[in-house]
Design a protein around this ligand. Structure first.
Ligand SMILES: NC(=O)c1ccc[n+]([C@@H]2O[C@H](COP(=O)([O-])OP(=O)(O)OC[C@H]3O[C@@H](n4cnc5c(N)ncnc54)[C@H](O)[C@@H]3O)[C@@H](O)[C@H]2O)c1
Length: 313
């Protein structure tokens, strides 16, 4: 049994991680400022003596005693991270500094939830970890992309300078129950629009592709990463390499929800990458043969069931 801190624990991924860690018999301290997360995501854990919740903003120092830290705190969707871009960069950078400082004091393992956005609009497909990316440093997505890149830099300098046991995972698009219904992420957007019978918004011509990982597969990878030997620092890509165009995704969602929604095309936002697909060869090697197991149709079914309940449709 370990004492484990999860920052951003009341968010989409964080709540699933807290749940899984509590189920595995650990004591979990969930820290969140509820910017995009909510108490309802972890309400079912509140009565559990192994679970503790603390309202805290990671841009301020935190003094607690734990054995491991998963650092997930950061708004993840463009709508939310562009709402207050200065705060977004602060959350990534100051948050990393504060959590790394805490980990150093405690000699605790620390895992960073980094992102495929560190690759920017890539010229290489699929993206291996050795690719340095093509990121606009001054665009509207930069607060998130560069904030996450700087956080990775800090993690690796703590490793080189202090031998702090770090783990960095680069997460590719992940979806599932407890995604925020209005945050503009494509899977939740399409499902909510389909369930409400509204037109499904496609940016550009819909030929841009993404890969979608179901949340349970991702959480499994994060836990396996935390348990790797000390010399495995990452960065390690985690995601599902299956590639789908926005048009294909929209058609699947319409079919699975039996919706009468039609497609509505809008101009592509700036810096929107045309293709994004993980190379998960390294993850397979260092995470004991890990690979995604939940197919898109099955994951969409579970996510649709969640949104049906949440939207009461
Ligand atoms: N879901 C994905 O597809 C995806 C992809 C790449 C990376 N990630 C990363 O995974 C992490 C979790 O993402 P998510 O999809 O669960 O998003 P989310 O918005 O649901 O979760 C983020 C959580 O962090 C909290 N938070 C934000 N700023 C904070 C602060 N200053 N102090 C404390 N808490 C704060 C939010 O309230 C929220 O609960 C993020 O770091 C994100 O960048 C997610």
């Amino acid at each position: 049994m370990k004492r484990i801190l999860v920052t951003g624990g009341a968010g989409f991924l964080g709540s699933h991680l807290c749940e899984r860690l509590v189920e595995s018999g650990h004591d979990v301290l969930c820290v969140d400022n509820y910017f995009t997360g909510s108490k309802s995501n972890i309400a079912h854990l509140l009565g559990n003596p192994r679970f503790e919740l603390m309202r805290h903003d990671v841009t301020f120092p935190l003094y607690v005693e734990v054995d491991e830290i998963y650092n997930l705190a950061c708004p993840a969707s463009p709508i939310h991270y562009q709402h207050d871009p200065v705060q977004t960069t602060k959350t990534s950078v100051h948050g990393a500094i504060n959590m790394l400082g805490l980990a150093k004091r405690l000699k605790a393992r620390i895992l960073q939830a980094s992102t495929s956005e560190v690759y920017g609009d890539p010229e290489v497909h699929p993206q291996p970890e050795s690719y340095w990316g093509r990121v606009n440093p001054i665009g509207v997505r930069s607060c998130y992309d560069e904030g996450k890149r700087c956080a990775e830099t800090l993690f690796f300098d703590y490793w080189r300078q202090h031998r702090l046991p770090i783990k960095v995972v680069r997460i590719f698009n992940t979806y599932g129950p407890r995604m925020h219904p209005n945050d503009g992420r494509v899977v939740s957007n399409f499902i909510v629009q389909a369930l409400r019978g509204q037109d499904i918004t496609i940016y550009g011509d819909g030929s841009q592709t993404r890969s979608f990982c179901y949340v349970d597969d991702l959480i499994e990878a994060m836990q396996r990463m935390m348990a790797t030997p000390e010399e495995i620092t990452g960065p390690v890509n985690v995601g599902n390499p299956g590639e789908f165009s926005m048009l294909e995704l929209a058609e699947k969602v319409i079919q699975l929800t039996a919706s009468s929604s039609r497609l509505e095309f809008r101009p592509l936002p700036s810096d929107d990458p045309s293709q994004r697909q993980p190379d998960i060869g390294l993850a397979r090697r260092v995470l004991n043969g890990w690979q995604p197991t939940v197919a898109l149709d099955e994951g969409l079914d579970r996510t649709i069931a969640y949104f049906k309940k949440r939207l009461s449709v």
